[in-house]
Design a protein around this ligand. Structure first.
Ligand code: NAG
Ligand code: NAG
Ligand code: NAG
Ligand code: NAG
Length: 567
């Protein structure tokens, strides 16, 4: 009897072993496929999972995420700007340690760049959340920790060759990054088209540490298991719930703020235990043009005196003047806004001038909308953007208005003495990115979140050339005027091409011929430069632009019609 049983048992255990190994290792020559949702790697402690993650119904990104969170929290992605299709896509490990992500048609969308002369043993997800490719003798040939996306995990080094880039929205690279600057100091950068500048730590405050640091050569920073971050430039911070045994992540959020989060294990939610910017109002674009961010003590938007809200539901659209400013000096007056500034947009700076001189400078210049006067320094401004009022701000702003306009003292935006907005023991006030849980701070809060989302979002064009998609392939050969972010739209085997707002404006003759309307917006007839007719849908609701966009995509994805090629 026994002799019959043994092979059977052996078979089962071998089978079991294979089964387990398929989930803990990826062996050379094997692959993870996108269709099989169980084709994932798990870290031995179960805290992290690695595999294909859907960012929409048919777009997938090879990622590492936390296994047990209420909302999926991705910590690393291979191809975050180039998602692959929902079938036929694969991650393959080669015997030389090379790891690649391939789209359904075999197109290479990501590779780890390893070509080892010795054989690779396996790819494995470690307990730390680090995805590694190991060679013989447990040598690490490649690790995901060396190419972070927007998140740094405990014990993951940030070095001169790595950087965090804020999460992308609509598959476009974020515009904020966190890395070492050329003086070996860690900083947050805003990356614009041709330039990038530091916005945190506030450059002026940082001069002293800059001086002391210029000859330092090491560049490394790491968050330890206790929740303490230390950089070689002495940048340091400590989690408010400092201690062992907490799952943490340091994420550069899409709003440009760097936040340290801790996981509340029972409910799987994150709370903020440290953040770079305590002052929400300093975040750019929150209240739009002519808007002023004030603390009540909660951040809120107000209009500059003499201005009115453009869109009640979307404060980031800002405010418009209720007057027209003539250029005659005699008809102008200035209204003082204490502790207020419109950051940026200085026309010029005049040092050591009297208040009267400063006033004259602004009066003389028709484009001057007002000026900041601070300790003998005069800053006339031509645009009223980035407005905020905070007791911390020295100096006052003087707003140019027509003499005839009545300004009540109560209409001058000011911040209440700011209460304990950020209390390390209570992350509630700090984590305005998270969904509000209690209702009493609900609506206003939500408002800010949305205002905020749209502030970032407004910048993105939300116009979708729906009718064009089935002919796009032909057009790809002569793409002109393509934005650098074009690659972001090359989603799912490049079926998409991004048209600039101007292109669509031209094609539709400034949205002239309305040919239909849907719940989410109007559809216009247009003609592309190469004379092909298209339908252009203009999404109306900016607040939910991204959701609308994804929704439209999935609707189109599901349409079957003999005259349409499937998306
Ligand atoms: C991802 O797939 C799941 C299950 O199919 C679905 O419920 C979810 O909505 C998808 N996520 C997105 C962002 O489409
Ligand atoms: C981080 O840097 C330290 C010191 O250079 C090194 O010992 C450690 O292995 C690095 N950690 C990782 C995950 O690369
Ligand atoms: C971080 O904070 C804790 C508690 O406040 C303190 O005990 C610890 O020494 C701090 N760590 C460092 C490195 O400052
Ligand atoms: C608040 O946090 C500090 C450390 O940051 C800790 O020492 C203190 O006990 C906490 N207070 C409460 C009431 O939890």
């Amino acid at each position: 009897m026994d002799t019959h049983f043994t092979p059977l048992l052996l078979l089962t255990s071998v089978h079991l072993l294979l089964h387990i190994s398929a989930h803990e290792f990826l062996l050379p020559g094997s692959a993870l496929s996108v269709e099989d949702s169980s084709d994932m790697l798990h870290s031995p402690n179960g805290a992290f999972t690695c595999g294909f993650n859907n960012i929409s119904h048919n777009a997938f990104v090879f990622s590492v995420w936390f296994t047990n969170t209420a909302e999926k929290t991705v910590v690393w992605s291979a191809n975050r700007l180039q998602p692959v299709h929902s079938w036929g896509s694969k991650v393959l490990l080669d015997t030389d340690g090379g790891m690649v992500v391939k789209d359904y048609n075999g197109q290479l969308v990501w590779e780890n760049g390893v070509y080892s002369s010795s054989n690779a043993e396996q790819a494995q997800l470690l307990d730390t959340g680090n995805l590694v490719v190991k060679g013989q003798g447990d040598i690490i040939l490649w690790q995901s920790f060396d190419s972070p996306t927007d998140t740094l995990l405990p014990n993951q080094n940030i070095t001169s060759s790595t950087k965090l880039v804020s999460a992308n929205r609509l598959l476009v690279h974020g515009s904020y990054s966190f890395h070492f600057d050329d003086e070996h100091l860690l900083a947050l950068f805003q990356d614009l088209k041709d330039t990038s500048f530091i916005y945190w730590p506030i450059p002026e405050n940082n001069v002293w540490s800059k001086k002391g640091n210029s000859f330092r050569a090491t560049t490394i920073g790491v968050l330890d298991s206790w929740g303490y971050f230390l950089g070689s430039d002495d940048l340091h911070f400590n989690a408010s719930d400092w201690g062992l045994g907490v799952m943490r992540r340091l994420t550069l959020d899409y709003d440009g703020n760097l936040r340290l989060y801790s996981l509340n294990k029972p409910n799987g939610r994150w709370s903020v235990t440290w953040m770079a910017y305590l002052e929400t109002c300093f975040v750019r674009g929150l209240c739009g043009m002519n808007g002023i961010c004030v603390y009540t003590p909660r951040p809120a938007c107000a209009c500059a005196p003499g201005h009115e809200i453009i869109d009640q539901r979307d404060r980031s659209k800002g405010c418009r003047p209720k007057f027209s400013l003539s250029c005659s000096r005699k008809e102008m007056k200035f209204v003082k806004l204490p502790s207020t500034d419109f950051i940026g947009y200085d026309q010029s700076q005049y040092s050591l001038v009297s208040f009267l001189t400063c006033k004259k400078i602004c009066l003389k210049d028709c484009s001057c909308k007002g000026f900041l006067y601070r300790d003998g320094n005069c800053y006339p401004k031509s645009f009223l953007g980035g407005g905020l009022s905070s007791p911390q701000l020295p100096g006052s702003f003087y707003l140019k208005l027509p003499k005839t306009l009545q300004v009540l003292a109560s209409s001058i935006p000011h911040s209440q003495p700011s209460g304990p907005r950020y209390d390390p023991n209570c992350s509630v006030n700090a984590d305005f990115l998270d969904k509000p849980e209690s209702s009493h701070r609900g609506s206003q809060y939500l408002y800010l979140i949305y205002g905020f989302l749209s502030a970032i979002f407004c910048v993105e064009v939300i116009f979708v050339a729906l009718g064009c998609w089935f002919i796009l392939r032909r057009e790809r050969k002569h793409l002109t005027g393509v934005w650098p972010a074009e690659v972001g739209y090359e989603m799912i085997t490049n079926h998409f091409r991004r048209y600039t707002y101007t292109e669509l404006q031209k094609a539709t003759r400034k949205f002239k011929d309305e040919i239909g309307r849907g719940a989410s917006g109007l559809v216009y007839k247009g003609v592309l430069r190469d004379k092909r007719a298209v339908a252009v849908k203009r999404l109306a609701d900016i607040k939910q632009g991204e959701e609308e966009f994804q929704h439209e995509l999935s609707v189109i994805g599901r349409i079957y019609h003999m005259n349409l090629v499937r998306v």
